[in-house]
Design a protein. Sequence first.
Length: 297
Amino acid sequence: MIIRLSHIGLVVDNLENAVNNYEKVLGLKAVDFRNDQGKGFQLDARIMFPNECWLHLVQNWNPDSRVNRFLKSHGEGLEHLALETDNIEADVNHLRKIGVPLFEDTIFNAADGFEAFIYPLDAIGFTVELIQPHPDSWRYDKTRLSNPNILGLQHIGVAVKDVMKASERFAWLFNIQAKELRTDQHFGTQKDMIIEFGNDRLWLHLVESTDPHNRVTQYMDKYSEGLEHLCIEVADIRKAVRMAARAEVPLYQNKVYLDRADGFEAFIYPEYNHNVTVELIEPYETSRGYRTNSATP
């Protein structure tokens, strides 16, 4: 059974540049640097979020690796989600039973746990890693958080062609039901649903858009379905915006949105963050997943 989101894989050209950028723009410090993964063809590190997950930054130059193939075809960006399970054999047997292929039809005994991979065409546009940690695996460590203004990774935005089909397929694959269908966003041009894991106030945000000017539609035109953005919840959006400004990183349309349904929002362009749009959000008291310790403007 899936118990939580473990991490999100971010493929980068240069690990040092990515680490420096996340610290400068968002105040997020990387930890646990490794140079012995990927048969010696990989450098990686991770950035902790308060709600028991992390961003896994990976630089890989092995042309035969999944990560490097993604880099060559897509460029830098969000490459996979890792879902932690308490019984990987049962989850893999379920996938085999319903006819879903796994990479090499194998559960790998890797450095970070027992792992199996479902590729984008068999999932909903991105690679899904199933992972069951073993005693030597990376573990979540809340003592290594770096920015007290960041309350958590609130959601991961997924651009999809059909939100209902994507949600049904995710439920078929992983026995996790999507909920809260909305059809009234962006003047009726957007449909969305959420998929929650076991993490505190964290969800997958499935988004379908028919507006050609919408950021999600533009992503789809370029890449098709996939992991489109990270939404980071902050206690005070003013502090987060000032940090980005000091790093000379502009906001989308140079503004903080004060009229959105889910909270005060600001967006950092993907070209300033390794091809990943970052949404900064300070929710209202009426917002989905509101935390009682969120700051009030």
